[in-house]
Design a binder for this molecule. Structure first.
Ligand code: FE2
Length: 328
């Protein structure tokens, strides 16, 4: 990745075979975003489980109730042109708002995302009376997606899963996402985790298995450039580029996480426009040693993407293992 204006250094980290490149931002020409009035039509709490569960405490039984993300409109042609500009800086969970602060602060290197983030902020402050209790974390990924691959290989999963580490349980998260093409697939179906133990079982593998049980019958996708909001119970997965040629994809995520949810994982970016210091630690799901609940599920549904079907690490550059979610 070349070094865009506003980035002083690209720092590299590696752990457990994974590599992270973290941009170090300068503090020149900081961008400040404040919520504006919005007249957007939004569903009520009666109409949307995602809206209803805002500011509630994590509860596994909510997975039994199928839910769709909330649609928040589509980026215009002009907005999309700015959003998709190449050579964007990739960041992972960069705090752009801290609790008890009204301002969202963006390093200038991320300028092209200002308009999209402003739209998200307008909605957040309208629907969430407790926005002051939350961090907002920004993730940007932009890259070529080769035929037969996806930008961010992962099992069916949710963002903001609260595993055994979070005791007592926190408020649920909610997350805004948009991509210019290959919109994320959501699985609007009930998920039943009775019998699973969060200290023992990998819930994402069980999500794979329950989606495969239905042969992906409940898959739903927004349109390209459509902004949506999901919560931590909306099971989803990126989609493959099924076309004959590679495509250039830009994807943005803004996650709202309550004040206890400090994302101090090594590899996440630091925002120098806020005065905070977190002790960053290496952490990932692999180190938890979780097992599949169903040991007889198809092998592809119960390995990490970087493993082969026997669980051995794939050689560098080898195609990632995909969960087989549909029968042939
Ligand atoms: Fe996700």
């Amino acid at each position: 990745m070349s070094k865009p204006e506003g980035v002083t250094t690209l720092k590299s980290f590696s752990y457990r075979g994974k590599h992270y490149q973290v941009p170090i931002f300068d503090t020149l020409e900081p961008i400040t975003i404040l919520a504006r009035e919005t007249t957007l039509t939004l569903p009520t709490a009666e109409q949307s489980r995602v809206i209803r569960c805002l500011n509630s405490t994590w509860d596994l039984s909510e997975f039994k109730k199928p839910r769709s993300p909330v649609s928040l409109g589509t980026l215009s042609h002009d907005e999309l042109n700015v959003f998709s500009k190449p050579e964007a800086v990739r960041v992972l969970d960069l705090p752009i708002k801290l609790p008890d602060c009204e301002q969202y602060r963006l390093p200038r290197a991320l300028r092209q995302f200002t308009g999209t983030i402003a739209r998200v902020v307008d909605v957040e402050h309208r629907i969430n009376p407790r926005h002051a209790d939350y961090h907002a974390y920004l993730t940007i990924d932009q890259r070529w997606v080769e035929p037969g691959t996806l930008q961010r290989e992962a099992p069916c999963h949710v963002d903001g899963f609260q595993g055994a580490r979070w005791q007592p349980k926190c408020l649920t998260n909610h997350t805004y996402t948009v991509s210019d093409l290959l919109p994320t697939a959501y699985y609007v179906q009930p998920f039943d985790f009775d019998g699973l133990d969060e200290r023992v079982h990998d819930y994402f593998w069980e999500m794979n298995a329950q989606v495969a049980d239905t042969n992906e019958a409940h898959r739903w996708q927004p349109s390209p450039a459509e902004i949506t909001m999901m919560d931590c119970y909306c099971v989803h997965r990126g989609v493959e580029n099924e076309g004959p040629s590679r495509v250039f994809r830009t994807w943005l995520r803004v996650s709202f996480e309550e004040r206890r949810r400090v994302f101090d994982r090594l590899g996440n970016a630091h925002n120098p426009l806020f005065d905070y210091e977190w002790n960053m630690v290496d952490r990932d799901i692999e180190q938890l040693g979780l097992r599949p609940f169903r040991t007889n599920a198809d092998a592809s549904l119960r390995v990490f993407p970087w493993q082969d079907l026997e669980g051995n690490a794939l050689p560098k550059g080898a195609p990632k293992t995909k969960p087989k979610l549909r029968r042939a």
